[in-house]
Design a protein around this ligand. Sequence first.
Ligand code: URA
Length: 246
Amino acid sequence: MRLDQFLSARTMYSRRELRQMISSGSVTVDGAVMKKSDFPVKPEENRVCLMGEHVPGDLYLYVLLNKPKGYVCSADEPGQHSVLELIPPALLRKNLRPVGRLDKDSTGMLLLTDDGQTAHQIISVRSHAAKFYRIVLARPWEDSYAAQIASGMVLRDGTQCMPAQAALVPGTQREALILLREGKYHQVRRMFAAMGNHVEELERVAIGGLVLPPDLPLGGCQVLLHKDVQKMLKYEADFASLLQTG
Ligand code: URA
C-alpha cells in the first residue's frame, strides 16, 4: 500500500494534504523521514508517524477517552466543544465517532471508533453490555433507592427502564455505584430525579469488563486493542469490587 493511501485511510487528512505533509518531511517510516508519497508501506510491519505521532496500522481504531466536563459527544453542535477536539490529530480518522453518549456534564469512559459493527454491538440493548456509573447525589442516599432501581423504574415522563443495580458507596452518604444495561437519554439523572433526588456528578467507570484505567487523566486518551474492546462485550467488572475501589 502506498504511504499516502495508508495515511488517508487512517487520518482525517485528504490525499492532497498528505502528499504536501509527506514532501515537507512531516512523516517518518520506521524512524526515518520519508518524502515519497508512493513509498510502499506494510501496515502490520512499518511504524508510521505523522508530525511525531504514531498512526496505528490497524484497519479500525479504538480510542478510550477519559471525558472531562464541558464537551459534547456530537461533532456538529454549534457553539459547543466536541470530544473529538480532545483526540490527537494523528488519531483523528474520518469516521471516528463516540460509541454511545455521555452528557456534557458527565465524565469518564468514552470509547471512540470507526468500527461501526463493534460500536453497534456495544450500544445495542440486546448485547446487555453493562455500563457502570459512579455518582454524587445532592441529597443523602435513601434505602428505598436500590429496590426501586432493581424492580425497573418508571421515569417522570412514563418511560419504563430495565431492572438495574445500585448501591451506596460504603463510608459515604451521597455517593453511589449504578449498573445499567441500556442507555436512555440522561437515564441516570432522570432515574434519580424520579426518586426526588438530583445527580450532581456522574462518571462512567467501566463498560463490561473494561475498567477506566486509574492513571488515565481527565481529557487523556489511549489506543485500545481489539481484544480490549471485546472485554466490553464478553466480560463484566465485579460490582462489589468497583463499589469498594471507587
Ligand atoms: N446517564 C446520564 O444521565 N448521563 C450520562 O452521561 C450517562 C448516563
